[in-house]
Design a protein around this ligand. Structure first.
Ligand SMILES: [Zn+2]
Length: 291
C-alpha cells in the first residue's frame, strides 16, 4: 500500500514591475518606446485579487514614483513589495561595488516611498551570480528569487548553492537568507522552466500543460513570474529593427495568457497548494513581522 502523501505545496505568484521599454531586447534596440503597457499589471492583480491570491511585486525604482499610488494600493490589499533593481540591468553586468550601491539606494527609496520594509530582490533577466547573492544578504535583504536552473537561459550562471540547505523543491536557506528559485521540471534529464514568463507563454501548450501537471504532483513549491506587457490589453508597438526571435518572444501567446494563468491557478487548487508570499514564509520560519 502506498502511504506516502505529499505535504500541501506552496504557490507564489509574482510580477516584475517594469515598463515595456525595460524588456531587454527593446532596451538594447535603443528604439524609443513610449508605451509602458503597465495596464497589464492592473489586469494581473485583478485576476489574483479575484482568487484572493497575494502576490509579490518586484519593482524597478527608476520609475516607481510614477506608480507610487498604485503600489500603495496593492500593499494595502495585502500584496508584498520587493526590489527588481534601480534600473533594468542584469547584476552580472555590474561590478560588485556598483551593484551594492544601486540596491542600497533603491531599497531605501522604495522603503521611504511606500513606508514598508523591503526584504526581497529579483535580478533583472535573472542575471544573478554568487557574489551578488552574498552582497544581497550583506545589504539587509532576507531573500532572493532569481535562480533559474535552466542552462539555456540567456543570463544563466551556474551558482554553487552547496552551503545552502534545501528546504523544499526550489527553496534554499542559509543563516536566515532564502533563495526561492524559479520552478523547473525534469524531462529526459534536463530542467524545463515551468515558472511562467515567456516559457509558459511561448512553449507548446500541450507539452507545457503536461509538465505543469507533473510538477504540481511532484513538487512542494511553485513560483510563477510575469511581466506587465504579457497581460496588457494594448497592442504591442511595431519595432522593425528587432530580430525575428525577439519579435516572436514578445508577441507569441499573449492572447491566451490569461487562460493559461487561470489553468495554473485551478491546477494548484486541485492539487491542494496553499497560496503564500515569500515574506510570509520567512516570517513563519523566524517569527519576525516585516513592516
Ligand atoms: Zn525584469
Amino acid at each position: 500500500m502506498n502511504t506516502k502523501t505529499k505535504n500541501p505545496g506552496k504557490a507564489f505568484f509574482t510580477i516584475d514591475v517594469e515598463r515595456f521599454s525595460d524588456t531587454e531586447c527593446i532596451y538594447k534596440s535603443e528604439v524609443p518606446v513610449k508605451q509602458t503597457m503597465l495596464d497589464g499589471l492592473d489586469r494581473y492583480m485583478e485576476i489574483l485579487n479575484n482568487h484572493n491570491i497575494k502576490a509579490t511585486l518586484f519593482v524597478l525604482t527608476d520609475f516607481a514614483d510614477e506608480i507610487a499610488n498604485g503600489l500603495k494600493k496593492h500593499l494595502a490589499n495585502g500584496h508584498k513589495i520587493a526590489l527588481h533593481g534601480e534600473r533594468h540591468i542584469p547584476p552580472k553586468l555590474l561590478s560588485d561595488n556598483e551593484f551594492e550601491s544601486q540596491i542600497t539606494r533603491a531599497k531605501s527609496k522604495l522603503e521611504d516611498m511606500l513606508g514598508t520594509r523591503v526584504i526581497g530582490y529579483r535580478a533583472p533577466c535573472f542575471g544573478i551570480d554568487r557574489q551578488k547573492l552574498d552582497i544581497l544578504q550583506k545589504s539587509g535583504f532576507l531573500y532572493d528569487s532569481s535562480l533559474m536552473g535552466f542552462s539555456k537561459a540567456r543570463h544563466n550562471t551556474e551558482i554553487d548553492m552547496s552551503d545552502f540547505k534545501k528546504i523544499s523543491t526550489s527553496t534554499f536557506e542559509k543563516n536566515g537568507f532564502f533563495e526561492f528559485a524559479m520552478s523547473t521540471e525534469k524531462i529526459f534529464g534536463f530542467n524545463f522552466p515551468v515558472s511562467g514568463g515567456g516559457y509558459v507563454r511561448i512553449s507548446n501548450w500541450l507539452f507545457t500543460r503536461f509538465m505543469l501537471k507533473k510538477h504540481f504532483i511532484r513538487s512542494d513549491d511553485y513560483v510563477f513570474y510575469s511581466h506587465p506587457f504579457e497581460f496588457s490589453k494594448e497592442k504591442l508597438p511595431k519595432i522593425k529593427t528587432l530580430k525575428s526571435y525577439d519579435k516572436y518572444y514578445l508577441q507569441c501567446g499573449l492572447s491566451s495568457y490569461v487562460k493559461k494563468l487561470e489553468f495554473i491557478i485551478k491546477q494548484l487548487q486541485k492539487n491542494g497548494y496553499n497560496f503564500s508570499t515569500f515574506e510570509d514564509e520567512i516570517q513563519k520560519s523566524n517569527g519576525v513581522i516585516y513592516k
